[in-house]
Design a protein around this ligand. Sequence first.
Ligand SMILES: NC(=O)c1ccc[n+]([C@@H]2O[C@H](COP(=O)([O-])OP(=O)(O)OC[C@H]3O[C@@H](n4cnc5c(N)ncnc54)[C@H](O)[C@@H]3O)[C@@H](O)[C@H]2O)c1
Length: 351
Amino acid sequence: MTRTVAILGAGIGEKHLAAYLDLRDRFTVTHICDLNTELAQRLASQAGAETSASLDDVIADPAVDVVDICLPPPLHVPVTLKALAQDKHVIVEKPIAGSLRDADRLAEAEAGSKGRIFPVFQYRFGRAFEALAQLRRAGLLSRPLTASLETHWNRGGEYYANPWRGTWEHEFGGVVLSHAIHAHDLLVLAFGPVAEVSASLATRVNPIETEDCAAIAFRMKNGATATSSITLGAADDTSRLRLIYDDMTVESTRLPYTPGEATWTFQARDPNRQDEIDRIVAAIDCPHEGFAGSCAAVADALDGRTGAEVSLNDAIASIELAAAIYHSDRSGQRVTVPIDRSLPICDGFKP
Ligand SMILES: NC(=O)c1ccc[n+]([C@@H]2O[C@H](COP(=O)([O-])OP(=O)(O)OC[C@H]3O[C@@H](n4cnc5c(N)ncnc54)[C@H](O)[C@@H]3O)[C@@H](O)[C@H]2O)c1
């Protein structure tokens, strides 16, 4: 069965479009909506889609099954709510909301709609995480011990010329919410939920309101530890993960935006088990990675073949983790998760 999709926002929306075009048997892109008509036209011509500059018209169109929100962050919650009110399914870019309070509102709205929310965490989709899942199923990955994450990217004036970026009002947060949200989601995927964080944030690279450097320490619910080092002032763009389990050390490549789409190193602590690991990793078949993997998973969930690979609760957890990180930095204390929902940080991250 194919589903009709309207892409709202033609920035990262272009990458989403490429994914749908890879999955023509499952999705048909019928609308591209952007205030920038030239941009909308450029994308629409690739798909044979209509263009529009009106979000309301596109959401209300009965021919649209799925609304894919690739708009600046302040539009994520209001547009998701509008689409759910019309029983549309929603694919929504990160961050799903600018506060934990708003993220919780999305869960309430989804419960009252026939539409479902599918958050985008496309870094999860690729052969590396498929390998991790299969190694776990084969009983080869046991206790997580510790992890280190690096999100060391290079962003300057050109990036921040886009007026919504770097501001509390329009981006809601800096590297913690916008950039390292992917690495932190991958940490939770690999190690399980976070129990406690301790964070130190700084703005040292660009003249922006929000943070662009961070050092964060995590304790996971299973007792493992992890650290996340983040900057937008690196010489190049590197995302790196090292995951130490008690019988295996897993190391990513340095690919910044597609870390899961590469072959990682999976090294057994006991060299006698290496062949078994290598056989599993060599046999990985992962036809759709990144955004295409994310969209294929949405189609599978809508067809009832699987549950959602990225659930709304996963995305709410990412906002809750950001709240805990900001609260730790501001209070100078370790903060436990789940976070106390009466704290002011649950209403937004602006200091
Ligand atoms: N998953 C990822 O790896 C990833 C990567 C990049 C961006 N993003 C997220 O995607 C979202 C969009 O980011 P971007 O970089 O594409 O931003 P962008 O500014 O490049 O694109 C947003 C587009 O939305 C359009 N727009 C704004 N208001 C509109 C309105 N009212 N009606 C119609 N169109 C409107 C703009 O004209 C613009 O073309 C952000 O939340 C960002 O964090 C995610």
